[in-house]
Design a protein around this ligand. Structure first.
Ligand code: C5P
Length: 396
Protein backbone atom coordinates (compact mmCIF):
# COMPACT_ATOMS: atom_id res chain seq x y z
CA UNK A 1 0.00 0.00 0.00
CA UNK A 2 1.46 3.40 -0.97
CA UNK A 3 2.19 5.91 1.79
CA UNK A 4 0.05 8.95 2.53
CA UNK A 5 2.22 11.22 0.35
CA UNK A 6 1.73 9.09 -2.76
CA UNK A 7 -0.14 10.93 -5.51
CA UNK A 8 -0.70 13.99 -3.34
CA UNK A 9 -0.54 17.44 -4.87
CA UNK A 10 1.78 19.53 -2.73
CA UNK A 11 2.37 23.24 -3.24
CA UNK A 12 5.82 24.00 -1.84
CA UNK A 13 6.35 27.68 -1.11
CA UNK A 14 9.98 28.73 -0.75
CA UNK A 15 10.87 32.17 0.58
CA UNK A 16 14.16 34.05 0.84
CA UNK A 17 16.31 32.48 3.52
CA UNK A 18 19.67 30.76 3.43
CA UNK A 19 17.70 27.66 4.51
CA UNK A 20 16.34 27.49 0.91
CA UNK A 21 18.92 24.82 0.15
CA UNK A 22 17.17 22.54 2.65
CA UNK A 23 13.92 22.95 0.72
CA UNK A 24 15.61 21.16 -2.18
CA UNK A 25 16.11 18.14 0.06
CA UNK A 26 12.49 18.38 1.21
CA UNK A 27 11.26 18.54 -2.41
CA UNK A 28 13.40 15.53 -3.25
CA UNK A 29 12.04 13.43 -0.36
CA UNK A 30 8.45 14.35 -1.23
CA UNK A 31 8.97 13.41 -4.88
CA UNK A 32 10.61 10.11 -3.83
CA UNK A 33 7.52 9.36 -1.75
CA UNK A 34 5.37 9.76 -4.87
CA UNK A 35 4.04 13.30 -4.35
CA UNK A 36 3.53 15.85 -7.11
CA UNK A 37 5.41 18.95 -6.00
CA UNK A 38 4.60 22.37 -7.45
CA UNK A 39 7.14 24.91 -6.25
CA UNK A 40 6.38 28.59 -5.90
CA UNK A 41 9.41 30.75 -5.12
CA UNK A 42 9.51 34.30 -3.80
CA UNK A 43 11.89 36.70 -5.52
CA UNK A 44 14.19 36.48 -2.47
CA UNK A 45 14.30 32.68 -2.69
CA UNK A 46 15.44 32.84 -6.31
CA UNK A 47 18.48 34.83 -5.12
CA UNK A 48 19.59 31.87 -2.97
CA UNK A 49 18.67 28.88 -5.14
CA UNK A 50 17.69 28.82 -8.81
CA UNK A 51 14.23 27.78 -9.97
CA UNK A 52 16.04 25.31 -12.23
CA UNK A 53 17.22 23.38 -9.16
CA UNK A 54 13.62 22.84 -8.00
CA UNK A 55 12.46 22.15 -11.54
CA UNK A 56 15.12 19.45 -11.92
CA UNK A 57 14.10 17.74 -8.69
CA UNK A 58 10.33 18.02 -9.05
CA UNK A 59 10.11 17.62 -12.86
CA UNK A 60 7.48 20.36 -12.79
CA UNK A 61 7.51 24.02 -13.79
CA UNK A 62 8.44 26.42 -10.98
CA UNK A 63 6.30 29.52 -10.47
CA UNK A 64 8.10 32.79 -9.79
CA UNK A 65 5.73 35.36 -11.30
CA UNK A 66 2.04 36.00 -10.76
CA UNK A 67 1.31 36.75 -14.39
CA UNK A 68 3.57 34.59 -16.52
CA UNK A 69 2.66 34.94 -20.21
CA UNK A 70 4.36 31.59 -21.00
CA UNK A 71 2.48 29.59 -18.38
CA UNK A 72 0.35 26.63 -19.50
CA UNK A 73 -2.16 27.44 -16.77
CA UNK A 74 -4.59 30.26 -17.46
CA UNK A 75 -4.56 31.76 -13.99
CA UNK A 76 -1.68 29.97 -12.32
CA UNK A 77 -2.21 30.77 -8.65
CA UNK A 78 -5.89 29.87 -8.81
CA UNK A 79 -5.18 26.59 -10.60
CA UNK A 80 -2.50 25.59 -8.08
CA UNK A 81 -4.62 26.72 -5.13
CA UNK A 82 -7.52 24.58 -6.26
CA UNK A 83 -5.59 21.43 -7.03
CA UNK A 84 -3.47 21.49 -3.85
CA UNK A 85 -3.94 18.82 -1.18
CA UNK A 86 -1.66 20.83 1.09
CA UNK A 87 0.34 24.06 0.95
CA UNK A 88 3.73 23.95 2.71
CA UNK A 89 5.95 26.99 3.11
CA UNK A 90 9.52 26.02 4.04
CA UNK A 91 11.51 28.06 4.77
CA UNK A 92 9.14 30.87 5.77
CA UNK A 93 10.79 34.22 6.47
CA UNK A 94 9.54 36.79 8.98
CA UNK A 95 8.55 39.01 6.06
CA UNK A 96 6.55 36.29 4.36
CA UNK A 97 4.82 35.37 7.66
CA UNK A 98 3.87 39.04 8.12
CA UNK A 99 2.42 39.17 4.61
CA UNK A 100 0.47 35.97 5.15
CA UNK A 101 -0.87 37.19 8.50
CA UNK A 102 -1.97 40.46 6.88
CA UNK A 103 -3.71 38.59 4.06
CA UNK A 104 -1.68 40.28 1.34
CA UNK A 105 -1.58 38.89 -2.18
CA UNK A 106 1.29 40.63 -3.91
CA UNK A 107 3.19 37.63 -5.28
CA UNK A 108 2.29 34.13 -6.56
CA UNK A 109 2.78 32.43 -3.18
CA UNK A 110 0.65 34.78 -1.05
CA UNK A 111 -1.96 34.84 -3.83
CA UNK A 112 -2.13 31.03 -3.89
CA UNK A 113 -2.43 30.97 -0.11
CA UNK A 114 -5.37 33.36 -0.16
CA UNK A 115 -7.08 31.36 -2.87
CA UNK A 116 -6.64 27.85 -1.45
CA UNK A 117 -8.84 25.82 0.86
CA UNK A 118 -6.15 23.19 1.43
CA UNK A 119 -4.56 22.69 4.87
CA UNK A 120 -1.43 24.78 5.38
CA UNK A 121 1.88 24.28 7.11
CA UNK A 122 4.50 26.97 7.70
CA UNK A 123 8.08 26.27 8.81
CA UNK A 124 9.76 29.50 9.94
CA UNK A 125 13.48 30.16 9.46
CA UNK A 126 15.04 33.45 10.51
CA UNK A 127 17.41 35.24 12.84
CA UNK A 128 16.63 34.58 16.52
CA UNK A 129 15.85 38.25 17.26
CA UNK A 130 13.51 38.49 14.29
CA UNK A 131 11.74 35.38 15.56
CA UNK A 132 11.48 36.77 19.11
CA UNK A 133 10.17 40.10 17.89
CA UNK A 134 6.61 40.67 19.14
CA UNK A 135 5.51 41.48 15.59
CA UNK A 136 6.60 38.05 14.35
CA UNK A 137 5.16 36.30 17.40
CA UNK A 138 1.84 38.05 16.91
CA UNK A 139 1.80 37.14 13.23
CA UNK A 140 2.52 33.49 14.03
CA UNK A 141 -0.27 33.45 16.63
CA UNK A 142 -2.66 34.81 14.04
CA UNK A 143 -1.73 32.03 11.63
CA UNK A 144 -2.10 29.39 14.35
CA UNK A 145 -5.53 30.75 15.24
CA UNK A 146 -6.51 30.41 11.60
CA UNK A 147 -5.59 26.71 11.72
CA UNK A 148 -2.18 26.90 10.06
CA UNK A 149 0.26 24.29 11.40
CA UNK A 150 3.49 26.00 12.48
CA UNK A 151 6.46 23.63 12.56
CA UNK A 152 9.58 24.89 14.32
CA UNK A 153 11.80 26.78 14.25
CA UNK A 154 14.48 24.72 15.96
CA UNK A 155 17.27 25.92 18.21
CA UNK A 156 20.73 25.76 16.70
CA UNK A 157 23.50 27.61 14.93
CA UNK A 158 22.07 30.31 12.69
CA UNK A 159 23.56 31.79 9.52
CA UNK A 160 24.68 34.83 11.55
CA UNK A 161 26.93 32.54 13.60
CA UNK A 162 24.76 33.01 16.68
CA UNK A 163 23.11 30.09 18.39
CA UNK A 164 19.40 30.58 18.95
CA UNK A 165 15.85 29.82 17.94
CA UNK A 166 15.38 30.28 14.22
CA UNK A 167 16.70 27.26 12.33
CA UNK A 168 14.46 25.55 9.82
CA UNK A 169 13.60 22.11 11.23
CA UNK A 170 15.20 19.15 9.49
CA UNK A 171 13.63 17.37 6.53
CA UNK A 172 12.34 14.25 8.38
CA UNK A 173 10.42 16.48 10.78
CA UNK A 174 8.92 18.43 7.88
CA UNK A 175 7.98 15.24 6.02
CA UNK A 176 6.49 13.69 9.19
CA UNK A 177 4.32 16.74 9.82
CA UNK A 178 3.20 16.94 6.19
CA UNK A 179 2.23 13.25 6.33
CA UNK A 180 0.34 13.70 9.59
CA UNK A 181 -1.53 16.73 8.26
CA UNK A 182 -2.46 14.98 5.02
CA UNK A 183 -3.60 11.90 6.95
CA UNK A 184 -5.62 13.63 9.64
CA UNK A 185 -8.95 12.58 8.15
CA UNK A 186 -7.82 8.99 7.48
CA UNK A 187 -9.72 5.85 8.44
CA UNK A 188 -8.28 5.86 11.97
CA UNK A 189 -9.26 9.48 12.72
CA UNK A 190 -10.84 9.75 16.16
CA UNK A 191 -9.15 6.59 17.47
CA UNK A 192 -6.26 6.32 19.93
CA UNK A 193 -3.67 3.66 19.23
CA UNK A 194 -0.98 2.71 21.75
CA UNK A 195 2.09 1.08 20.23
CA UNK A 196 5.07 -0.38 22.07
CA UNK A 197 8.48 -0.77 20.44
CA UNK A 198 12.14 -1.59 21.02
CA UNK A 199 13.88 -4.09 23.25
CA UNK A 200 13.71 -3.47 26.98
CA UNK A 201 16.96 -3.22 28.98
CA UNK A 202 17.15 -4.99 32.32
CA UNK A 203 19.98 -3.74 34.55
CA UNK A 204 22.48 -6.19 35.98
CA UNK A 205 24.46 -3.44 37.69
CA UNK A 206 24.73 0.34 37.07
CA UNK A 207 26.60 -0.14 33.77
CA UNK A 208 25.42 -3.47 32.36
CA UNK A 209 22.04 -4.55 31.00
CA UNK A 210 20.43 -7.65 29.56
CA UNK A 211 18.67 -6.80 26.33
CA UNK A 212 17.82 -8.25 22.90
CA UNK A 213 18.32 -7.55 19.22
CA UNK A 214 15.09 -5.63 18.58
CA UNK A 215 15.73 -2.48 16.48
CA UNK A 216 12.31 -0.93 17.13
CA UNK A 217 11.71 -0.52 13.38
CA UNK A 218 8.48 -2.54 13.25
CA UNK A 219 6.85 -0.67 16.16
CA UNK A 220 7.96 2.74 14.85
CA UNK A 221 6.52 1.86 11.43
CA UNK A 222 3.18 0.96 13.04
CA UNK A 223 3.20 4.25 14.99
CA UNK A 224 3.95 6.33 11.87
CA UNK A 225 1.42 4.57 9.68
CA UNK A 226 -1.31 4.84 12.35
CA UNK A 227 -0.54 8.57 12.58
CA UNK A 228 -0.70 8.91 8.77
CA UNK A 229 -4.14 7.26 8.86
CA UNK A 230 -5.39 9.86 11.32
CA UNK A 231 -5.02 8.11 14.70
CA UNK A 232 -3.82 9.76 17.86
CA UNK A 233 -0.75 7.66 18.61
CA UNK A 234 1.11 7.00 21.84
CA UNK A 235 4.42 5.23 21.30
CA UNK A 236 5.85 3.57 24.40
CA UNK A 237 9.40 2.82 23.45
CA UNK A 238 12.37 1.06 24.96
CA UNK A 239 15.77 2.46 23.83
CA UNK A 240 16.39 2.36 20.04
CA UNK A 241 18.72 4.19 17.68
CA UNK A 242 15.73 5.58 15.73
CA UNK A 243 14.63 9.22 15.69
CA UNK A 244 11.39 9.99 17.54
CA UNK A 245 8.49 9.97 15.08
CA UNK A 246 6.91 13.42 14.80
CA UNK A 247 3.28 14.17 15.66
CA UNK A 248 3.25 11.11 17.93
CA UNK A 249 3.30 11.15 21.75
CA UNK A 250 6.52 9.37 22.68
CA UNK A 251 6.94 7.81 26.14
CA UNK A 252 10.47 6.54 26.78
CA UNK A 253 11.09 3.61 29.10
CA UNK A 254 14.00 1.32 29.92
CA UNK A 255 12.87 -1.83 31.66
CA UNK A 256 9.93 -4.22 31.31
CA UNK A 257 8.51 -2.91 34.57
CA UNK A 258 8.68 0.68 33.32
CA UNK A 259 7.04 -0.40 30.08
CA UNK A 260 4.27 -2.09 32.02
CA UNK A 261 3.52 1.13 33.94
CA UNK A 262 3.66 3.30 30.82
CA UNK A 263 1.40 0.96 28.84
CA UNK A 264 -1.06 0.80 31.72
CA UNK A 265 -1.24 4.62 31.87
CA UNK A 266 -1.51 5.05 28.09
CA UNK A 267 -4.02 2.35 27.35
CA UNK A 268 -6.77 3.81 29.56
CA UNK A 269 -9.33 5.09 27.08
CA UNK A 270 -7.39 3.80 24.05
CA UNK A 271 -8.97 1.88 21.17
CA UNK A 272 -6.07 -0.44 20.37
CA UNK A 273 -2.86 -1.73 21.93
CA UNK A 274 -0.24 -3.02 19.52
CA UNK A 275 2.66 -4.58 21.42
CA UNK A 276 5.55 -4.69 18.96
CA UNK A 277 8.14 -4.34 21.73
CA UNK A 278 10.50 -7.17 22.50
CA UNK A 279 9.91 -7.20 26.23
CA UNK A 280 12.51 -9.11 28.21
CA UNK A 281 11.03 -12.34 29.52
CA UNK A 282 13.47 -12.44 32.44
CA UNK A 283 15.15 -9.74 34.51
CA UNK A 284 17.92 -9.87 37.12
CA UNK A 285 16.27 -10.50 40.47
CA UNK A 286 18.62 -8.29 42.46
CA UNK A 287 20.71 -5.95 40.31
CA UNK A 288 23.97 -4.90 41.99
CA UNK A 289 23.99 -1.32 43.23
CA UNK A 290 27.71 -0.90 42.37
CA UNK A 291 29.57 -1.99 39.25
CA UNK A 292 30.53 -5.65 39.61
CA UNK A 293 34.34 -6.11 39.51
CA UNK A 294 35.85 -8.81 37.29
CA UNK A 295 37.44 -10.64 40.21
CA UNK A 296 35.92 -14.08 39.73
CA UNK A 297 36.15 -16.33 36.64
CA UNK A 298 32.42 -16.92 36.39
CA UNK A 299 29.38 -14.88 37.28
CA UNK A 300 25.91 -16.26 37.72
CA UNK A 301 23.02 -13.88 37.54
CA UNK A 302 19.72 -14.87 39.12
CA UNK A 303 16.85 -14.11 36.74
CA UNK A 304 13.15 -13.87 37.50
CA UNK A 305 10.20 -13.69 35.13
CA UNK A 306 8.93 -10.27 34.05
CA UNK A 307 5.20 -9.59 34.11
CA UNK A 308 3.48 -10.29 30.79
CA UNK A 309 2.24 -6.84 29.83
CA UNK A 310 -0.09 -8.02 27.07
CA UNK A 311 -1.64 -10.72 29.19
CA UNK A 312 -2.18 -8.27 32.04
CA UNK A 313 -3.65 -5.52 29.84
CA UNK A 314 -7.39 -5.82 29.85
CA UNK A 315 -10.06 -3.45 28.66
CA UNK A 316 -12.30 -2.56 25.78
CA UNK A 317 -9.46 -2.13 23.31
CA UNK A 318 -8.23 -4.29 20.46
CA UNK A 319 -5.14 -6.26 21.51
CA UNK A 320 -2.45 -7.12 18.99
CA UNK A 321 0.66 -9.09 19.92
CA UNK A 322 3.79 -10.12 18.09
CA UNK A 323 5.44 -13.50 18.15
CA UNK A 324 9.02 -13.85 17.02
CA UNK A 325 9.61 -17.55 16.55
CA UNK A 326 12.40 -19.72 15.27
CA UNK A 327 10.31 -22.93 15.15
CA UNK A 328 6.66 -24.10 15.07
CA UNK A 329 5.50 -20.63 14.07
CA UNK A 330 1.76 -21.17 13.74
CA UNK A 331 1.34 -23.47 16.69
CA UNK A 332 3.17 -21.07 19.01
CA UNK A 333 1.28 -18.08 17.64
CA UNK A 334 -2.10 -19.78 18.19
CA UNK A 335 -1.10 -20.65 21.75
CA UNK A 336 -0.25 -17.01 22.46
CA UNK A 337 -3.53 -15.70 21.01
CA UNK A 338 -5.40 -17.81 23.53
CA UNK A 339 -3.09 -17.35 26.50
CA UNK A 340 -2.90 -13.57 26.16
CA UNK A 341 -6.53 -13.21 24.90
CA UNK A 342 -5.48 -11.38 21.75
CA UNK A 343 -7.56 -10.25 18.79
CA UNK A 344 -4.63 -10.71 16.43
CA UNK A 345 -1.04 -11.88 16.53
CA UNK A 346 1.69 -10.99 14.06
CA UNK A 347 3.95 -14.01 13.85
CA UNK A 348 7.30 -13.92 12.15
CA UNK A 349 9.89 -16.56 11.56
CA UNK A 350 13.07 -14.78 12.60
CA UNK A 351 15.19 -17.35 10.76
CA UNK A 352 13.65 -16.39 7.36
CA UNK A 353 15.71 -14.16 5.07
CA UNK A 354 14.75 -10.45 5.18
CA UNK A 355 12.63 -11.02 8.27
CA UNK A 356 12.80 -10.05 11.90
CA UNK A 357 15.28 -7.97 13.86
CA UNK A 358 17.04 -4.98 12.31
CA UNK A 359 15.80 -5.45 8.72
CA UNK A 360 13.58 -2.97 6.88
CA UNK A 361 11.40 -5.81 5.62
CA UNK A 362 9.37 -8.48 7.32
CA UNK A 363 7.68 -11.73 6.37
CA UNK A 364 4.76 -12.29 8.71
CA UNK A 365 1.66 -14.38 9.22
CA UNK A 366 -1.39 -12.79 10.82
CA UNK A 367 -3.32 -15.17 13.06
CA UNK A 368 -6.64 -14.06 14.54
CA UNK A 369 -8.59 -15.29 17.54
CA UNK A 370 -10.83 -17.45 15.35
CA UNK A 371 -7.80 -19.26 13.99
CA UNK A 372 -7.86 -17.41 10.64
CA UNK A 373 -4.43 -17.27 9.04
CA UNK A 374 -3.24 -14.58 6.60
CA UNK A 375 0.19 -15.43 5.21
CA UNK A 376 1.71 -12.19 3.87
CA UNK A 377 4.61 -12.08 1.40
CA UNK A 378 7.92 -10.35 2.23
CA UNK A 379 7.21 -6.60 2.35
CA UNK A 380 8.50 -3.42 3.95
CA UNK A 381 7.76 -2.92 7.64
CA UNK A 382 5.61 0.09 6.68
CA UNK A 383 3.52 -2.14 4.41
CA UNK A 384 3.22 -4.75 7.16
CA UNK A 385 2.07 -1.94 9.47
CA UNK A 386 -0.68 -1.04 6.97
CA UNK A 387 -1.86 -4.66 6.84
CA UNK A 388 -1.96 -4.91 10.64
CA UNK A 389 -3.86 -1.62 10.89
CA UNK A 390 -6.30 -2.75 8.15
CA UNK A 391 -7.20 -5.65 10.44
CA UNK A 392 -7.39 -3.43 13.51
CA UNK A 393 -9.68 -1.03 11.60
CA UNK A 394 -12.04 -3.90 10.73
CA UNK A 395 -12.17 -4.93 14.37
CA UNK A 396 -12.80 -1.44 15.80
O1 C5P B 1 5.41 -14.76 24.89
P1 C5P B 1 6.19 -13.89 23.97
O2 C5P B 1 7.25 -13.09 24.66
O3 C5P B 1 6.72 -14.57 22.75
O4 C5P B 1 5.08 -12.88 23.44
C1 C5P B 1 5.39 -11.84 22.59
C2 C5P B 1 4.33 -10.78 22.71
O5 C5P B 1 4.04 -10.50 24.06
C3 C5P B 1 4.82 -9.47 22.13
O6 C5P B 1 3.71 -8.77 21.61
C4 C5P B 1 5.40 -8.77 23.35
O7 C5P B 1 5.40 -7.38 23.19
C5 C5P B 1 4.47 -9.22 24.45
N1 C5P B 1 5.14 -9.38 25.77
C6 C5P B 1 4.66 -8.67 26.85
N2 C5P B 1 5.25 -8.79 28.07
C7 C5P B 1 6.28 -9.65 28.25
C8 C5P B 1 6.76 -10.38 27.16
C9 C5P B 1 6.17 -10.22 25.93
O8 C5P B 1 3.72 -7.91 26.69
N3 C5P B 1 6.83 -9.73 29.43
Amino acid sequence: MPGVLHGKNIVLGVTGSIACYKALDLASKLVQAGALVNTIMSYGATRFVTPLAFRSITHRPVVTETFDPDSELSVEHVALAESADIVVVAPATAHFIAKMAAGLADDPLTTTILATRAPMMVAPAMDAHMYDNPATQENLSKLKDRGVLIVGPAIGRLASGLVGMGRLVETPELVGNISALLGRKGDLAGYTVVVSAGGTQEPVDPVRVITNRSSGKMGYAVAEVARDRGARVVLVTAPTSLADPVAVEVVKVGTALEMRDAVKDSVAGADALIMAAAVADYMPVSPASQKVKKDSDTWSIGLGKTPDILEESRGRFIKVGFAAESEDLLENARGKVLRKSLDLIVANDITAEGSGFGTDTNKVVLVDRDGGVEDLPLMSKHEVAHRILDRVRQLL
